[in-house]
Design a protein around this ligand. Structure first.
Ligand code: ATP
Ligand code: MG
Length: 228
């Protein structure tokens, strides 16, 4: 059984009277343990697609199953459960809590999941060190560069060791060295812990390191919908 099963998925947004057809009929299956990049120009629907895969938003039409559960059959609570326990999300705009330090930001999902403060702190420190931020754990996001904030967001998404990590342009604001470091970290978790990664990217530098590339254009998959 696929981890993600999308059939004939459409997503429309409404701006007043005008409908934007962001996804126009997506068929996509992703298996556990895959390392998948979603590639496409700006406006092609990458963020929209990832929000559906991450149970953050619902499709307008079509069938979406995440980890064996049909998304429309779940209550709001069941969907939050699914997000909090099985999915780590790295947002395009980081979404860090500005009044929290890096450490507190990374501790948050652990505490939501029920870890003690000491446990959450130890785990968060470990994850921050892994992205090269051991020295900056007490800084607040506004005192950090874009690349550093991105790394906090990555540490936060990985903190609970979720089975599925969804990342929206995880290397967009990073220099080459940091981008490769982040990718190494993701690949490492993919290989060692069998974490499934689905991430969107424009980044040419990462292309040869991806297992499966799904090309998105104008709300449709043009390539890579089937597993290679
Ligand atoms: N909340 C929204 N309301 C209305 N239209 C939206 C909304 N979010 C996205 N869109 C539109 O849907 C289409 C797909 O947007 P999306 O953000 O998924 O693209 P993207 O591939 O992630 O782009 P980028 O590379 O710039 O992040 C675009 O035409 C966009 O303007
Ligand atoms: Mg986007």
């Amino acid at each position: 059984m696929a981890l993600i099963d999308m059939q004939r998925i459409k997503k429309d947004y409404f701006l007043g009277e005008t409908a934007v057809h962001a996804l126009r009929g997506i068929d996509l299956q992703i298996q556990r343990g895959e390392f998948v990049a979603i590639w496409g120009p700006s406006g092609s629907g990458k963020t929209t697609l990832l929000n559906l895969i991450g149970a953050i938003d619902e499709p307008s039409e079509g069938y979406l199953e995440i980890d064996g559960r049909e998304i429309r059959s779940l209550s709001d609570n069941q969907r939050s459960e699914l997000r909090n326990h099985s999915i780590g999300f790295i947002f395009q705009g980081f979404n860090l809590v500005p009044v929290f330090s890096a450490l507190e930001n990374v501790m948050l999902p652990l505490q939501i999941k029920g870890a003690s403060t000491a446990e959450a702190k130890a785990r968060a420190m470990e994850r921050l060190a892994a992205v090269g931020l051991a020295e900056l754990v007490h800084h607040r996001p506004f005192k950090m560069s874009g690349g550093q904030q991105q790394r906090v967001a990555i540490a936060r998404a990985l903190a609970t060791a979720p089975a599925l990590v969804i990342a929206d342009e995880p290397t967009a604001n990073l220099d080459s060295q940091t981008a490769h470091m982040i990718l190494d970290l993701m690949r490492d978790l993919n290989e060692k812990e069998k974490t499934t990664f689905i991430f969107s990217t424009h980044d040419q530098r990462l292309l040869d390191r991806v297992q499966r590339l799904v090309r998105l254009e104008d709300g449709l998959i043009t390539d890579g919908g089937q597993r290679p």
